[in-house]
Design a protein around this ligand. Structure first.
Ligand code: SAH
Length: 472
């Protein structure tokens, strides 16, 4: 280990900052946040520093002059951020001679302490350092931690802190306390905090404590209730999941998923979660909607955290509404996480803007599947050359759709595209016009899922296409 990581309590303790530029500004911001008393020494001070200083009421002294040896008197930490290497070296030597910790920005050889990269969810803090080996790697890692840690994590820690004594008085053994906290800090209480409902989280926490007080110690698990997470898994590329989707996928006990959920997305679900496939496959008997609804209720009533994972967005042609209605009727807790719907995903990955000032002022999402062998749509209402039409579930009905739109007056040369397996490594985009697309599709070997996009915006595909796609 090259460095010993320590968290420093610097509140109201004197730190010296030498330098008045952008680099000093960054360090000053952290020192202000940590509550330090600060002395700043520099002949010239950036206007941005003056603006920063005004935002804080820390004890702050400023000297507009060069560094003097006396500046180190009563200082616990010196931060040196000047461009003058000789000066940096002198200050570092002075500080070290007096056993004062010193950080010289970007000159690790002159430092006794280094600043880590911080992910701040105070009071939870993550500090990352490579000891100077790879700052870029550290920055990438930081991005991953930022994504991983819910924005409300700090609030959850505060809540836990407020109840520490109470929990201690109720549970006498550390084991029982640990069990209590483990169940409280994951699942419904944590989720209430993350969704911004701290009062409800606190109410739940209190009721669990009251129940635990009455019951024999250690039987905390008994009053935890199940919950259903209705989560949009997006069109296929796992990078398109939301942070919340990923978090809930990581804590579910059981997952019910259907055909449109890509294997890569399913891979992100907690390894030991039970997986139940409820989709349709040619030749298979699909699980009926009523059975899915009943299963969700049953699993939640067993106290499980149930992930209902759907392709795209659950509220766009996803029957998400129906599944949730039943849960609401049974007073089962649920939350709904939007996903990137196929139209957004396919359009972006195919370089087809759904609206465009020059081509389309509106966009319509339409279910294009046949019911009882026919398509019952308001054709005249769909003919508008300044609107983009997006048909879901339309591979079998594609020809009928094109013919009907032509018949009702949409121009034969209106650009049209079929995007198959959009956003995945197997994405295929077939482009033609309203007249020609059915034949192009017949000649190809595209497979479901496919999305049909019709409108002038499709003409931008050639120019804006960026995602590598399979050669047809
Ligand atoms: N809730 C989903 C849609 C479910 S309906 C969503 O918001 O995207 C199923 C239809 O979605 C498919 O028939 C197809 O038209 C479309 N679809 C879903 N994923 C797709 C993908 N990766 N590529 C192309 N179309 C897709």
């Amino acid at each position: 280990m090259n460095y010993l990581p320590l968290f420093h309590n610097i509140k109201n303790r004197r730190c010296l900052v030498v330098g008045g530029g952008q680099v000093a500004l960054r360090k000053l911001r952290i020192l202000f946040e940590a509550g330090a008393s600060i002395t700043l020494v520099a002949p010239k001070i950036d206007a941005a520093i003056e603006a920063l200083v005004n935002q804080y009421d820390n004890d702050f002294i400023i000297h507009r002059r060069k560094f003097a040896a006396d500046d180190l008197v009563d200082v616990v930490l010196a931060v040196v951020a000047t461009a003058d290497k000789a000066l940096n070296k002198t200050i570092s030597a002075f500080a070290q001679a007096q056993n004062i910790d010193v950080n010289v920005v970007d000159q690790p050889e002159l430092c006794t302490v280094i600043f880590p990269t911080i992910v701040d969810r105070s009071p939870i803090q993550v500090a990352i350092s490579s000891g100077g080996a790879s700052p870029v790697l550290v920055r990438l890692l930081r991005g991953q931690f930022e994504a991983l840690l819910p924005a409300g994590l700090g609030k959850l820690a505060e809540l836990a802190n407020n109840y520490r004594d109470r929990v201690k008085s109720i549970f006498s053994t550390t084991n029982a306390r640990r069990q209590f906290w483990e169940s409280a800090l994951e699942g419904e209480i944590a989720e209430r905090v993350y969704t911004g409902n701290k009062a409800e989280a606190e109410r739940l926490l209190k009721s669990r404590l009251v129940a635990a007080e009455k019951a024999t110690e250690g039987r905390v698990g008994e009053n935890t209730r199940g919950e259903v997470y209705l989560v949009g898994g997006g069109p296929g590329d796992p990078d398109l999941l939301t942070f919340r989707a990923l978090r809930l996928m990581q804590q579910a006990d059981v997952v019910l998923y259907d055909r449109l959920v890509s294997p890569q997305v399913l891979d992100m679900v907690r390894r030991d979660a039970e997986r139940i496939y409820v989709g349709k496959k040619a030749g298979d008997h699909p699980v009926s909607q009523a059975n899915i609804n009943a299963k969700l209720v049953e699993l939640a009533q067993q106290g499980k955290r149930v992930l209902r994972l759907k392709g795209g967005d659950p509220f766009i042609f996803g029957r998400g509404g129906e599944e949730i209605e039943q849960l609401a009727e049974q007073s089962i807790r649920f939350q709904i996480v939007p996903g990137i719907t196929a139209a957004s995903g396919c359009a972006s990955y195919a370089g087809i803007p759904l609206t465009h000032r020059d081509h389309a002022q509106s966009v319509r999402f339409i279910a294009g599947h046949k019911q009882d062998g026919r398509l019952d749509l308001d054709w005249p209402g769909l003919v508008n050359k300044r609107e983009t039409l997006v048909f879901y579930m339309s591979l079998t009905g594609l020809e009928d759709i094109c013919i009907n739109l032509l018949k009702h007056g949409l121009a034969a040369d209106t650009p049209a595209a079929l995007v198959a397996k959009g956003t995945t490594a197997e994405q295929t985009v077939l482009v033609s016009d309203l007249m020609g697309l059915p034949e192009v599709v017949r000649q190809s070997e595209v497979r479901a899922p496919t999305l049909l996009i019709i409108g002038q915006v499709v003409s931008l595909h050639n120019k804006l296409s960026w995602f590598r796609q399979r050669e047809e």
